[in-house]
Design a protein. Structure first.
Length: 272
């Protein structure tokens, strides 16, 4: 093409050059994204479904809670002792495959956690922690529906459906677990937080990890806005990817039924 105006010609050459390199950069970005999506982070021997049992526990939920606890346990990362996961943050059927063992890819993790929230570790008293759990049930603290939080390895609670508003939590227990190994190891004594609905040390404090949405009082868990000394670290997708690295071949695969996962962690007590 012959141009009568050199300035216009130079401008068009610059434009087409930019367009070319923009296309190259876009293609490279798409290629990198494709590689990231198919990257394998760990292996599972059975499905991890996103289904709620009669107690309120979700296999995919406690799996995510363990990943979040591991990601924030170190002193410089939050010193977390407990992680709580809202069921509304989970999507799809869970980590389900046609054949097992199955190598879990990044895109499968991202599909399970489509919001990709950042993680926040907060300081809560035992009294506040119990109230968080009470807010799982409609009628307590502005809660409009039942939302059972999924909890990390070492922490457990029981509840009674026939008790009044803000009085359903019966027992709460914590055994500190180091999740940076497979199998996880016990790193502390049993801490009986509540029994028979009564707190033993209401002012004792705990470091609790939640996603940023919950930390801001999302899903009507308003008490979490009162948590102190917040530490924000990684996002929930990267936390799961890092956790799954522990179960990458040739290491032992993740087994949802393993005894060291200490399930069930949530128990609905029978009515009297």
């Amino acid at each position: 093409m012959k141009f009568k105006h050199p300035t216009l010609a130079a401008g068009l050459r610059f434009f087409y050059s930019c367009l070319f390199w923009s296309c190259v950069m876009t293609m490279n970005a798409e290629a990198n994204k494709s590689v990231e999506n198919t990257q394998v982070f760990g292996r599972i021997v059975a499905g991890i479904p996103n289904e709620t049992d009669l107690n309120g526990e979700i296999q995919a939920g406690v799996f995510i809670a363990d990943a979040q606890l591991m990601a924030t346990q170190a002193a410089k990362l939050g010193r977390a002792e407990i992680a709580l996961v809202n069921p509304g943050s989970l999507a799809g059927k869970g980590l389900i495959a046609k054949l097992y063992p199955h190598d879990v890819r990044y895109d499968e993790i991202a599909a399970l956690l489509p919001n990709g929230y950042d993680l926040v570790t907060l300081q809560l008293t035992a009294q506040q922690l119990k109230y968080v759990l009470e807010q799982q049930f409609a009628g307590c603290g502005g809660q409009t529906q039942q939302r059972i939080l999924q909890v990390s390895n070492g922490f457990s609670f029981s509840w009674k459906s026939n008790r009044g508003h803000c009085a359903k939590i019966w027992d709460m227990k914590l055994t500190h677990m180091d999740l940076s190994h497979s199998p996880p190891t016990r790193s502390g004594m049993l801490d009986l937080i509540a029994t028979g609905g009564v707190l033993l040390s209401p002012n004792k404090t705990y470091r609790v990890t939640v996603n940023e949405y919950l930390a801001k009082g999302g899903d009507n868990f308003s008490i979490l806005k009162d948590g102190l000394n917040p530490v924000k670290f990684t996002n929930e997708i990267d936390a799961v990817a890092a956790y799954m690295e522990i179960f990458k071949f040739p290491n032992a695969s993740y087994d949802p039924g393993a005894t060291e996962l200490n399930r069930p962690r949530i128990v609905q007590l029978p009515l009297p």
